[in-house]
Design a protein around this ligand. Sequence first.
Ligand SMILES: Nc1ncnc2c1ncn2[C@@H]1O[C@H](COP(=O)(O)OP(=O)(O)O)[C@@H](O)[C@H]1O
Ligand SMILES: [Mg+2]
Length: 299
Amino acid sequence: MEAITQTDLDLELLGKGKVRDTYILNVKELLMVATDRLSAFDVVFSEGIPKKGEVLTKLSAFWFEKTKHIIPNHFISLDVPEGLPQYLKGRSMVVKRAKPIHLECVVRGYLTGSGLKDYQKTGSVCGIKLPEGLKNGSELPEPIFTPSTKAQSGHDENINGDRASNLVGKETFELVKTTSIELYKFAKNHALKCGLVLADTKFEFGYIEHNACSKTNLIRKEIILMDEALTPDSSRYWLKDKYDSGILESLDKQYVRDYLETLNWNKSPPAPKLPEDVIKKTTERYLEAYQKLTGEKLE
Ligand SMILES: Nc1ncnc2c1ncn2[C@@H]1O[C@H](COP(=O)(O)OP(=O)(O)O)[C@@H](O)[C@H]1O
Ligand SMILES: [Mg+2]
């Protein structure tokens, strides 16, 4: 199995992110290609994880379909547009081009990661006061919305609701907050039925504009869900049976993170080389997530 970490299509490039390469198809549509690149601690590794891009794309498509009754999204098609190479099959998605709302909409239903660190220091997460005595993995009384800024480079920064509201406007803030929590609750229930605990996740939203009235040139703005949805890259999934016996085993790049913790690496570039077995196990983890959540096997 080969990993695809770079693309070079004969299309105008909108940008290369840590994982996705995005090309412009026309004024309204983009082609998003999920590569097999892997980032951890915001550093991208030179080795890829075979099949990862396909899992991200197909799992996002699965969730976009499943959640469209909650909010419309950018998904158009998984077909590879004519004239483009076949290696894109399964990893590319044609989407509606949106104007990004610059907020990482994080929802946490369980305490862990940076939320746990914040709580241990302040008793709150992003300014939201939590009950005493919670520990790593504790379920929260209610899911909380803990947005962060979308940094152009480097690490995202957690911010409180007031700051987020000032950044994107009160109305937009309320809408993305309510929607994020609703999406999280919906996905959490589905995941539980599949043997997974969805600890937390991150959404991105954007605007698309419609000509509401051709006579007056009035424009109606619609907020849609974009980027990726509820993948192991944007979410923390734990195995439910392990969780019930007190072990937090996550279905993502946990192997990579655990391996990195054994090294004496300062978490800034250049990234260390990943051993074969860590890569192989990580592919298996992504495939397992896909299979558990969709009930289908990836070829
Ligand atoms: N429908 C869309 N319209 C415009 N931009 C989008 C859309 N969906 C996702 N994006 C942007 O495309 C990029 C996806 O690449 P990714 O590798 O995930 O980037 P990042 O390193 O920022 O996480 C992100 O910057 C995301 O905000
Ligand atoms: Mg991203």
